[in-house]
Structures are given as structure tokens and as C-alpha cells.
Design a protein around this ligand. Structure first.
Ligand code: SF4
Length: 487
């Protein structure tokens, strides 16, 4: 069974971001898949956002609602628990991944069933629920098409919204042909890579599970504290099947997903589909409040998951990452994500939001390179429907990552920074350093370019041409040219 937050959230043993990214950018097919998919979604999102004259006001409202929700999280959660309980549901509190897995496994075991159908859920991926269920002899079937592809391939998700974005359709056809039979109904003979044929194969494969399996596990996009209503937003209808057909429904929800009131959904249900899939309206929005006699699951459990969230809340800069509604807009505009893909982030949360969320949930020591996986261009901030200032959090976490490595013996980086500070401290030392740099640059350069820098600086020049430093300093040039002009 999964253990600590870091064990489940971070794919421990996977290479650090720089190493994984180096491999990923060398994979031409991966880059082509990512380029095509992110550009399409990006274009749709910006067209649909531009349609709304009050788009910026919606973003501001969403940010304010989330700020309020997080500031009074304790109060809203207790209200949510009371409302869900009054409506016939049962609320469970899980401090970490291990506790959440223990609760869900126990609830499934109590039904006597050995299978569950799952709605796409980042929270259950975060805690490693499928693995925990498998250890207890319970088989979990992913029913979202992209999650099904990831499960059949024994793979990992690489995008929040499109977890199999790294695969193209011929790869998916091969996977269906090779692996579907091990999980139930096999792929039809002669399956082509036509998207409609692939969707039909998945539909038939999943349909028998929807009709047979008695327990469902879902995540939640939102939960309203005043009514106890839980919302799941999805595009394929698989979620609606899981949320209505089984006898028992177990929902695992991060505590930050609570909204103060049902009316707040109005803002988020406008922002989320436009920001995520680039649609005006979400195809399947399922809302339920506790249980209803003779209609839908008769047994409903809501597992409220902390798993590092209250620790994140303590950080006054970093806490804004908890406002994330998992739309993935920041991934689709990120130049780093587009080239490295999601697996390089070594976590269930890829892209810019992963770079700020993972180090906070798992602990900076488990993901020290992630805050540096950004150019700080700010595209993520502009795209975020809840106005999370991701660049601000990245810079803040970089400082924490550096501080966490400080010890009695200074690191090479610390020594370089000390030397830089001393150099920049007076005009004389700066001028002297510039002359030395210019002289060294002239000696090492060929045709105006430094092809290889010495020592640790070689990391920089390995993948870039570095222009040779100018022959003279700016100050010398200024003095010379302005004296000549008589100014
Ligand atoms: S950080 Fe903002 S843009 Fe990125 S997934 Fe979360 S809500 Fe969407």
C-alpha cells in the first residue's frame, strides 16, 4: 500500500527534471505529438475566451472565490461534512495517501466486491490508489479513454486533461490490439487507427464493466459547502455511467476543492470548459447531493484528502497553487512543457502547475529541480483562469530549494554567487572583471562565438552558442563615443 505523500505523488527513482527533459527533447515523435495537441487546444481556448466580454471579470471572481475558500477552509469543510451527512452520505478524513488508501480499500472490501470502475481522478493517482487496491486483490478499471490508454500501456499520465497526449493514434491502435484482452473484451479484429473506430472499441470494452461492476471511485472537481453537492466535470459520459449505475460510490477529493456555496459553480462552469477543452459548455457535468432513494448509488462516501495541503496552506506565497482547478491551460501554453512532455516532471502533476504543486505537496527535498523547470515567461499566469501567479511561486520555491541545500560547507553554486556578489559590489571590481572576461573571451572564441566554456560553465555551452564578450566594456564605449560627440 502507498505510504507517505512523497512516495505516491512523486515517481521516486525517476530521473530529475533536467535529466528526464534531455531524453524527452531528443524524442522527435514525442515532440511532434505534443506540438500538435497543445497547439490545437491552445488555439481553441483563446478563441473561446475572447468570445466572452467579461472573461477578465470571471477570472477575477474565480480568484476571489478560491481565496475566500482557502482562507476559511476549516469552516467550509466542516459545513461540507454536515451537509453531505444530512443528505445521506458519509464523510471520511484522510491525513495522507496511506490513510486515504486504507479507507477506500476498506470501503470496497466491505461491499464484498473485487472490482471498481473509476472516473478520471488526479487525487486517486496522487495517492496511488490503483496500486493499493491491487495489493488488496481489488481490480480498478479506468474508464476515461485517455486513462484507459495509460492503464493498458502500464504507462503514466503526462497531461492533466489528456493523460495520453504523448501517444498518437497508431500507437493507441497497437496498444488496444495487444492489451485489451488482458483487461476484458478484446479489440475487434482488424482494428484501424481511425479515431471513431478506436472510440468504438473502447466503448464496447468499457460498456460491459459499467453494467457489471457495483462500486465506483471518482474524484471531484468541486464540492459546495452549503448544500453538500459534489460536481464532476467530464467529456465522454463515462463519468456519468460510473456516478449513476453502481450501488456504491466513493469519491476522493482534495480538501482544497471545496467552494463556499453552490452559486459559486456558476463562475467555474464557465471558466473550466473554455480553459481546458476549449468548449463553450462542458458535455457532462454531474452533480449529486448525498443519496436519493431508488435513484443512483445508495451508498455514498466522500473521502477528504489532505496529503500535504494544510502544510502548503501555511506558505503565504505558495498556497495560491491550491486554487488550481486542473484545467491544464498552463500546460498548453508552456514552452517548456511543449518540448519536454509531462513525464519529465516525475509526478502526477506535470507542467507549470506541477512545478509549483509537487514540491509543496511532496516536500521540496523530493522535487528540488521542478521550480527551475520554467523560463518564467509568464504565459501560464496569463492563461490561468483563477489567476495563480505561477512565476511568483516558482521564484519563491527556487529560493526554498536553494535554502534547503545550505549546510556548513558551501556548495559550488553558493561560492559562485558569493564571488558574483563581491564582483558586483564596487565599480572597480566590476570593471576589472569585465576586462578579464573580455580578454578570456577573445582568447577562447572562434569567429565571434564561444563554442565550449571551461569547467561547470560547459553545461551552458553544450547546447548553445555563446557570443564572445565585447572587446571593451559599455562604460569605456560610452566614455569614448560621447567624448567624440562632445557631449
Ligand atoms: S494552474 Fe491555473 S491554468 Fe494551470 S491547471 Fe491550474 S487552474 Fe489551470
Amino acid at each position: 500500500m502507498s505510504g507517505t505523500t512523497a512516495d505516491s505523488l512523486v515517481w521516486l527513482g525517476t530521473p530529475s527534471f533536467p535529466e528526464a527533459a534531455r531524453t524527452a527533447v531528443a524524442d522527435g515523435r514525442l515532440r511532434a505529438n505534443l506540438r500538435g495537441a497543445t497547439r490545437t487546444i491552445r488555439a481553441r481556448r483563446s478563441t473561446l475566451a475572447a468570445e466572452l466580454s467579461d472573461w477578465e471579470e470571471l477570472r477575477t471572481s474565480a480568484a476571489a472565490v478560491k481565496r475566500n475558500a482557502l482562507r476559511h477552509l476549516d469552516t467550509h469543510l466542516i459545513r461540507l461534512e454536515a451537509a453531505v451527512t444530512a443528505a445521506g452520505g458519509t464523510v471520511h478524513w484522510a491525513a495522507d495517501a496511506a490513510e486515504a488508501n486504507r479507507i477506500v480499500t476498506g470501503l470496497v472490501a466491505a461491499t464484498g466486491e473485487r472490482e471498481v470502475v473509476k472516473v478520471k481522478s488526479m487525487a486517486t493517482q496522487e495517492i496511488g490508489l490503483n496500486e493499493a487496491l491491487a495489493t488488496a486483490g481489488i481490480r480498478a478499471y479506468e474508464t476515461d479513454l485517455a486513462e484507459l490508454i495509460v492503464q493498458l500501456g502500464d504507462d503514466r499520465p503526462s497531461h492533466i486533461l489528456v493523460p495520453a497526449i504523448h501517444k498518437n493514434r497508431s500507437e493507441i491502435r497497437d496498444l488496444f490490439r495487444d492489451s485489451m484482452a488482458a483487461w476484458g473484451r478484446p479489440a475487434p479484429e482488424g482494428l484501424s487507427d481511425d479515431p471513431a473506430a478506436l472510440a468504438e472499441a473502447a466503448r464496447r470494452h468499457l460498456r460491459e464493466k459499467f453494467l457489471r461492476v457495483k462500486v465506483a471511485v471518482s474524484g471531484a472537481n468541486f464540492a459546495a459547502a452549503d448544500t453538500g453537492t459534489v460536481a464532476v466535470v467530464e467529456s465522454e459520459g463515462n463519468g456519468r455511467m460510473c456516478l449513476t449505475l453502481p450501488d456504491t460510490l466513493i469519491t476522493v477529493m482534495g480538501i482544497e476543492k471545496v467552494l463556499p456555496s453552490f452559486a459559486d459553480l456558476e463562475v467555474f462552469l464557465q471558466l473550466l470548459p473554455r480553459s481546458s477543452t476549449g468548449e463553450r459548455m462542458n458535455p457532462y457535468t454531474s452533480l449529486w447531493t448525498g443519496t436519493t432513494d431508488g435513484d443512483g448509488p445508495q451508498d455514498f462516501h466522500l473521502v477528504l484528502l489532505d496529503n500535504g495541503r494544510t502544510a502548503t496552506l501555511r506558505d503565504t506565497v505558495g498556497r495560491q497553487a491550491l486554487a488550481c482547478i486542473r484545467c491544464s491551460a498552463c500546460l498548453n501554453v508552456c514552452p517548456v512543457y511543449e518540448r519536454t512532455g509531462g513525464h519529465s516532471y516525475g509526478s502526477v502533476y506535470p507542467g507549470p502547475i506541477g512545478a509549483v504543486l509537487t514540491p509543496q505537496l511532496a516536500g521540496i527535498e523530493h522535487a528540488p529541480s521542478l521550480p527551475f523547470a520554467s523560463t518564467l515567461c509568464g504565459a501560464c499566469y496569463d492563461a490561468c483562469p483563477v489567476k495563480i501567479d505561477i512565476p511568483e511561486v516558482l521564484v519563491h520555491l527556487r529560493a526554498r530549494a536553494v535554502d534547503s541545500k545550505r549546510g556548513p560547507v558551501p556548495t559550488a553554486e553558493a561560492l559562485v554567487m558569493k564571488a558574483a556578489a563581491a564582483t558586483l559590489a564596487t565599480p572597480h571590481t566590476l570593471t576589472a572583471a569585465q576586462w578579464v572576461g573580455a580578454l578570456g573571451g577573445r582568447l577562447l572564441s572562434r569567429q565571434g562565438v564561444l563554442r565550449s566554456l571551461p569547467g561547470p560553465l560547459a553545461h551552458w555551452s553544450r547546447t548553445r552558442d555563446t557570443p564572445a564578450p565585447a572587446r571593451g566594456t559599455f562604460r569605456a564605449w560610452w566614455r569614448r563615443t560621447h567624448r567624440q560627440e562632445g557631449r
